[in-house]
Every structure is written in structure tokens, then in C-alpha cells.
Design a protein around this ligand. Structure first.
Ligand SMILES: CC(=O)SCCNC(=O)CCNC(=O)[C@H](O)C(C)(C)COP(=O)(O)OP(=O)(O)OC[C@H]1O[C@@H](n2cnc3c(N)ncnc32)[C@H](O)[C@@H]1OP(=O)(O)O
Ligand SMILES: CC(C)C(=O)C(=O)O
Length: 567
């Protein structure tokens, strides 16, 4: 790269529109959408679509709700021509949809274009020619007057061709190519000359489409250019003002939105931003940006993943995992503080609340994505995400202090493996850490005794598997847990105190299970949790005590783990 880039590149010039109004405009309705997936998108593919792929894309665009679809450049190739014929001859165009086709301002191409449209009920025919100084100089070798002459001659030819096919309802569209790189006065001059030929009326408008063929400037300058044209074009009330932003500076979406604020009525672009070089404006991005402002885009992306699959198959280009609204990772959060906030906000949210969710600008459900994918756990995660996954997938509602304890085990595994842990991985680790599979149900009986006054007591008798043998135990206490702790102390010598107790049910009906989480102080040395799961609530609590005791003994002497209690 150059140390002095100004020796090679120049800054774009501001328009200097002092009384601009667009910065304060608010978008309150959907624009007219034009999908150019089958034309600008298609011309940018390594392998342009065949007829079958084109048809699949067309049907998808119709299903999404596009009413104007640029279906090709019929004079470019036989496939392009045949596709237009197929749509017309097989009556594939719904009554509320209008197809659009593009042609250069050249006689034989225009003739062929109108030929492709014979019998169409409605059609937009799109004429373009270069107007930018660089194109005038190096491609066409024409001065300004000659460019105006080129445009108007071919605009007249449109009138003549259309008159020969009166069965079709025609709309004409004109694009001054590289509008973004052309001085405004000349763009206006050419466009006015073309509309002078077409004589549109408010009842039968033509479309003037202003492309940032190459995105030359920051989007505010493009917006100034559009507002200037919006205010200065002749016959504005007879024009649908359209824009066609590309994305060379990565601001195609902003340019499109600013252009609408500046007076444009219509947007041309492609699904997920396919198109020449860095792509066309991403129609999905803008539509869903509107949606998240409470404005209906009048396009349906309820199943955005299905649409993505079609687009990927037709274009043979994958959609990036971070692509707005649709990428694999956009409803996922790995970092702990994000996970924590999302988990809390979901818990606090009521069904009819306005959407106000940290880190999620749209409800994934609205585009057919699911909450399960919201939180994933890796080395950047905290207890919130881990707890969310175990709760949403396995019904485990860990108390906060248990979350903190178990997270240390998760972190140890993560540090070694260094990769994402799924909900299933986490549950397997939880089972292992708390001995959920190894701690067996204790055979026991609880006998309630009449106590003095209000105090009742119980006697618990049971068979405790202990280091390979079965020990008969018996304890008395103010409840089964207390009685079991007494019995354990007597039989094994371990002193256990219950610091905290939580339990809840998982599932319902005959399949319901109880989960008990007991925070224990063992031998006045270890404070830790034990967890037990059992259909019987008392058994779940006893298992939790055994689980905690086993973990404490393992901490005392790791080698003792094999002969710890399996009760
Ligand atoms: C910015 C855009 O996306 S515009 C759309 C561009 N899309 C495409 O080009 C895809 C389809 N294109 C094609 O199939 C072909 O390019 C065709 C059929 C249009 C033209 O093919 P060819 O006649 O073989 O010419 P070629 O492809 O080399 O294009 C260059 C010619 O077009 C002329 N040309 C280029 N832009 C324009 C224009 N906007 N208006 C009129 N003529 C133009 C050039 O002057 C050049 O003419 P020359 O051969 O007399 O020097
Ligand atoms: C034909 C025009 C609209 C075009 O595709 C462009 O300038 O990018």
C-alpha cells in the first residue's frame, strides 16, 4: 500500500446540500421492492443459473411477496431469453407480479428484448446507458450531448416497440449507469431528456432508477444526491424514484435506507446481498430492519432458513455465518455476560411485552429460528449460558450457588478441550460430576413417631452400599434427611450438615422425577453440593446427600473415589 494514498486516490466531494431534510426522516412504510436476483445477482455468479435454478429462485421470490422481479437480460443469452419465454408461455407470472428485463441502449438488443416479452400481460422494460465521465471517455467515447442523444434515441425506440405490442401493459425504466460517479446536473439532464420522450403521467408513471453502480461515497453523500434528484427532476409526480445501491464500501444497506429517507420510493437489490463484486443492496437486511422498527416490510421471511437454502443452491454461494438476521451464528451468544442478560430477559418477559431483549434485535421465532440456538457455551461463557442450556434442554433448574460450583467443572473441561460444549456435553458432565448414574437408590423405610408436643420425629432404616458391602443403618431425626444424616454419621463417621436445600419436579404425570440439590458441609472441611434425581422425593434427597458425601471423600483422597459410597 502507498504511504501517500492521496497520490493515487481522491476524496469524494460533498454535495453541499445545505437544507437537506433526509436526516430527520423516519421510515414508516415499506418501499416498492424490486428483486434483481435473477439479473444483477445472476450476472455476478461464477456459473449463472440455468432455467431450473432460475425458476426455483423466481418461485421463491413470488412466495416471499415480491411484486416486481427483474428476471433477466433476455438479449444476453439463449437461456436468458428462453427463461422469459417460459414464464410467459407457461403462464407462471401471478396476476399481482410484474416481471422486469434489462437492456443496453443498443438497437438490436432492444429489438430482441421486446421479442422476448411477446404475450406478456405486464412488463417493466429497463433501459440503461453509461453517463459517468469515466464511461463516457473510455467505454463509449462520447461527449455529454452524444450521451443524451444515445439515451433519447433508444427511449424513442422503446415507444415504438411497445406500440407494436399493445396487448402488454408497459412500464419503462431508465438507469443512468454509475449515477453515483456522475455530476448531478448531467444526471438530471439525461433523465429529464428520457422522461421528455416517454411522457409519463401520475396515472402511468415511469421508473427512474439511480444506481450506485459502484459505491463511491459515504451513504450520507448518496442520500444528498438522491434528495437533490428528488427535488430537481422534471415530472417528479410522474416518476417512481428507484435506487440500486451496490456495496463496495460495505454500506449498501445504509445507502438504501438513507435513500428512502431522502425521497426514493423503490429499492432494487438481492436476497442476502448477492450481486456484482461485494454485492447489491441486501433486501432481506432492509426488510427486517424495517420490521424491527414495527413497520411491516410486506415481505415474508417467516422461514428464513428455507429461503437461505434456496438462495445458496441457486447462487452456489454460501451465506456468511454472521450475515444479519440469517447467519448460523446471529442468534447465538457465546460470551458469559450476554448469555446472562438474555437468560434473565427471557425469564422476565411476558408474551405480549414489546420486544426489548438485550443482544437480540429481533425475536428469532419471527423468522423461524429457535431459542435453543440462542446460547452456546465455550471458554468465553459463564454460568448463565450453561444454566440456560441445562434448564431449557433437561429441565435442570440449578440454584445459583450450584451454578457457580458446577461452572468450575465446566471451565476445567473447556480449558483442556478448548471447544464448544453442547447441552448434551454439559448434561453428561453434570451426571458424572454429581454421580447421577453411579449413586444407587437407597433401600429404606421411614417410620413416623409420635413426638412430645408438636415435635414429630422419624426413624429411617435402610441398607447402605458402602465400599463393596451393604451396611444396615438406622437413624432418628426431625425428618428423613436429618434421620439419614444421623445414620450416616453413626455408620461411616462422616459429619454432614445441610446448608441449603432446593428441589423441583422434572416432567409431569407418571414420568415425573424429583431433583434435589443439597448444599452440604462435610466433616467441617468441605462445602459442596450433592444432587439426586429419583421418582420419589425422599429418595432424591438421600441420593443428593450420598452424592455430596462421595464428592467430599473424593476430594479428601482422590484414590478413594472408587470405594466411595454407592448408596
Ligand atoms: C452495471 C450493470 O450491471 S449493467 C448490466 C450488465 N450486464 C451484463 O453485461 C450481462 C449481460 N451482458 C451481455 O450479455 C453482453 O455484454 C451484451 C449482450 C450486453 C453485449 O455484448 P457485446 O456486444 O458482445 O459487447 P460486450 O459484452 O463486450 O460489451 C461491450 C460493448 O457494450 C457497449 N456498452 C457498454 N455499456 C453500454 C451501455 N450502458 N449502453 C450502451 N452500450 C454499452 C460498449 O461500448 C461495447 O461496445 P463495442 O463492442 O461497440 O465497443
Ligand atoms: C443497470 C444498472 C441499474 C446496474 O445494474 C448498475 O448500475 O449497477
Amino acid at each position: 500500500m502507498l504511504k501517500q494514498p492521496q497520490a493515487k486516490y481522491r476524496a469524494f466531494a460533498p454535495i453541499g446540500l445545505k437544507d437537506r431534510t433526509w436526516p430527520d426522516a423516519v421510515l414508516t412504510k415499506a418501499p416498492i421492492w424490486l428483486s434483481t436476483d435473477l439479473r444483477d445477482g445472476n450476472q455476478a455468479l461464477v456459473e449463472p443459473m440455468d432455467i431450473a435454478r432460475k425458476m426455483r429462485m423466481f418461485e421463491t421470490l413470488v412466495a416471499i411477496g415480491f411484486k416486481e422481479i427483474e428476471v433477466g437480460f433476455p438479449s444476453a443469452s439463449q437461456v436468458e431469453f428462453d427463461f422469459v419465454r417460459k414464464l410467459i408461455e407457461e403462464d407462471r407470472i401471478p396476476d399481482d407480479v410484474t416481471i422486469q428485463v434489462l437492456t443496453q441502449a443498443r438497437d438490436h438488443l432492444i429489438t430482441r428484448t421486446f421479442e422476448s416479452l411477446q404475450g406478456a400481460p405486464r412488463a417493466i422494460v429497463h433501459l440503461y446507458n453509461a453517463v459517468a465521465p469515466i464511461m463516457r471517455r473510455v467505454v463509449l467515447g462520447m461527449d455529454e450531448d452524444q450521451i443524451v442523444e444515445l439515451a433519447t434515441t433508444h427511449a424513442r425506440m422503446f415507444n415504438e416497440c411497445a406500440a407494436k405490442q399493445p396487448e402488454t401493459q408497459w412500464t419503462f425504466q431508465y438507469s443512468p449507469e454509475m449515477f453515483s460517479g456522475t455530476d448531478l446536473a448531467f444526471s438530471k439532464r439525461v433523465v429529464d431528456a428520457v422522461t421528455e420522450v416517454w411522457q409519463p403521467t401520475p396515472e402511468h408513471k415511469c421508473i427512474v432508477n439511480l444506481p450506485s453502480t459502484v459505491e463511491h461515497s459515504t451513504p450520507n453523500i448518496f442520500a444528498d444526491m438522491i434528495e437533490w434528484m428528488h427535488r430537481h427532476l422534471a415530472r417528479r409526480d410522474a416518476i417512481v424514484l428507484s435506487v440500486h445501491p451496490h456495496n463496495d464500501r460495505g454500506t449498501g444497506t445504509a445507502a438504501g435506507e438513507f435513500a428512502l429517507m431522502a425521497g426514493a420510493d423503490r429499492l432494487e437489490g438481492c436476497l442476502f446481498g448477492n450481486g456484482e463484486r461485494t454485492g447489491n443492496l441486501d433486501l432481506v437486511n432492509i426488510a427486517l430492519n424495517l420490521y424491527t422498527q414495527g413497520v411491516s416490510p410486506e415481505l415474508d421471511f417467516s422461514n428464513i432458513d428455507e429461503i437461505r437454502v434456496v438462495v445458496e443452491q441457486c447462487n452456489q454461494i454460501p451465506v456468511h455465518p454472521r450475515h444479519p438476521y440469517v447467519g448460523d451464528l446471529v442468534y447465538t451468544s457465546f460470551s458469559g455476560s450476554h448469555q446472562d442478560a438474555i437468560k434473565k430477559a427471557f425469564a422476565a418477559r411476558k408474551d405480549d411485552d414489546l420486544w426489548d431483549m438485550p443482544y437480540l434485535p429481533i425475536d428469532p421465532k419471527d423468522v423461524g429460528r429457535s431459542y435453543e440456538a440462542v446460547i452456546r457455551v465455550n471458554s468465553q461463557s459463564g454460568k448463565g449460558g450453561m444454566a440456560y442450556l441445562l434448564e431449557s434442554e433437561y429441565g435442570i433448574e440449578m440454584p445459583r450457588r450450584l451454578q457457580m460450583e458446577f461452572m468450575q467443572a465446566v471451565q476445567r473441561v473447556m480449558d483442556v478441550a478448548g471447544k464448544e460444549l453442547t447441552a448434551a456435553d454439559l448434561y453428561a458432565l453434570f451426571e458424572r460430576e454429581y454421580g447421577l448414574k453411579t449413586v444407587q437408590a437407597l433401600q429404606h423405610r421411614v417410620i413416623e413417631e409420635e413426638g412430645e408436643g408438636a415435635a414429630a420425629s422419624v426413624v429411617l432404616r435402610g441398607d447402605l452400599p458402602w465400599g463393596g458391602e451393604i451396611r444396615r443403618i438406622e437413624g432418628r431425626g426431625n425428618g428423613p434427611i436429618d434421620a439419614f444424616i444421623q445414620a450416616l454419621a453413626e455408620s461411616t463417621g462422616h459429619a454432614i450438615r445441610v446448608i441449603d436445600y432446593h428441589q423441583h419436579a422434572i416432567g409431569a404425570g407418571a414420568d415425573a422425577q424429583a431433583v434435589a440439590y443439597l448444599e452440604l458441609r462435610v466433616d467441617d472441611r468441605h462445602t459442596l453440593f450433592g444432587v439426586g434425581i429419583d421418582p420419589n422425593i425422599v429418595s432424591a434427597s438421600l441420593k443428593a446427600i450420598v452424592s455430596g458425601l462421595a464428592r467430599a471423600r473424593a476430594r479428601n483422597a482422590p484414590s478413594a473415589q472408587s470405594d466411595t459410597v454407592a448408596a
